[in-house]
Ligand binder design. Structure first.
Ligand code: SAH
Length: 211
């Protein structure tokens, strides 16, 4: 299929799944229109890439529903100067979205095959402001800390302490919390380091594996 076919599907995805549900940040909409999601899903699922649902990736993990990717990206309020930490690279789709909308991204994945294929994919498609780390991200990634924004795409029973520390003053973090039923939590740190947590949407993510 030609690229035009997929850009039409992408435009439809943005209109019917994302704009219609109230996402209005123009940079989020622009990146969702731009990043070729079909190149991030497993080969057999290419024609399902732009549907309004999560899909299975390899190794029993998932690629999140487009709306959830857009929603989490919007509440991060990304700036072009931001340094971003992502835990749970998975397919690298969310990573590509972050890469388009910020200055620099560190992404951590614990499953070697997923890490390697996301890294290859991101390099091949020219996303060159990303460092892909193989390892457990429960404690974040201290060597590049602090981060203006942190996004966790797997659910933790509670917010890992290390991630709180690695968030910059005036930083924002979005993380699904809970076992069984989960809520997306928005953590904000003010300029004095004071932390505030707000419960947001109910979500379903695979578990964030503890060390
Ligand atoms: N954002 C991904 C979705 C990832 S699913 C995408 O767009 O495709 C969650 C991912 O988190 C899985 O790949 C899983 O292996 C990874 N993961 C779970 N616990 C982890 C941990 N402690 N450290 C790093 N990665 C972890």
């Amino acid at each position: 299929m030609d690229n035009n076919h997929y850009s039409l599907l992408r435009e439809k995805m943005v209109r019917l799944q994302i704009l219609s549900r109230g996402i209005s940040d123009s940079r989020v909409l622009e990146t969702m229109r731009k990043v070729p999601r079909h190149l991030f899903v497993p080969e057999g699922l290419i024609e399902l890439a732009y549907l309004d649902c999560a899909l299975q990736s390899s190794s029993g993990q998932t690629i999140s529903q487009p709306y959830i990717v857009a929603y989490m990206t919007e509440i991060l309020q990304l700036e072009p100067t931001d340094r971003v930490l992502e835990i749970g690279t998975g397919t690298g789709y969310q990573t590509a979205i972050l890469s388009e909308a910020s200055n620099f991204v560190v992404t951590v994945e614990r499953i070697p095959e997923l890490h390697q294929s996301a890294k290859n994919r991101l390099e091949t498609y020219g996303y060159n402001n990303i460092i892909c780390i193989l390892g457990n991200g429960y404690d974040g990634f201290a060597p590049e800390a602090p981060y203006d924004k942190i996004i966790v795409t797997a659910a933790a029973p509670y917010i890992p302490e290390a991630l709180m520390h690695q968030l910059s003053p005036n930083g924002r973090m979005v993380i699904p919390v809970g076992s069984g039923s989960q809520e997306l939590i928005l953590v904000t740190k003010d300029e004095y380091g004071e932390i505030k947590e707000e419960n947001d949407l109910s979500v379903i993510f695979v578990p964030l594996v503890e060390k």
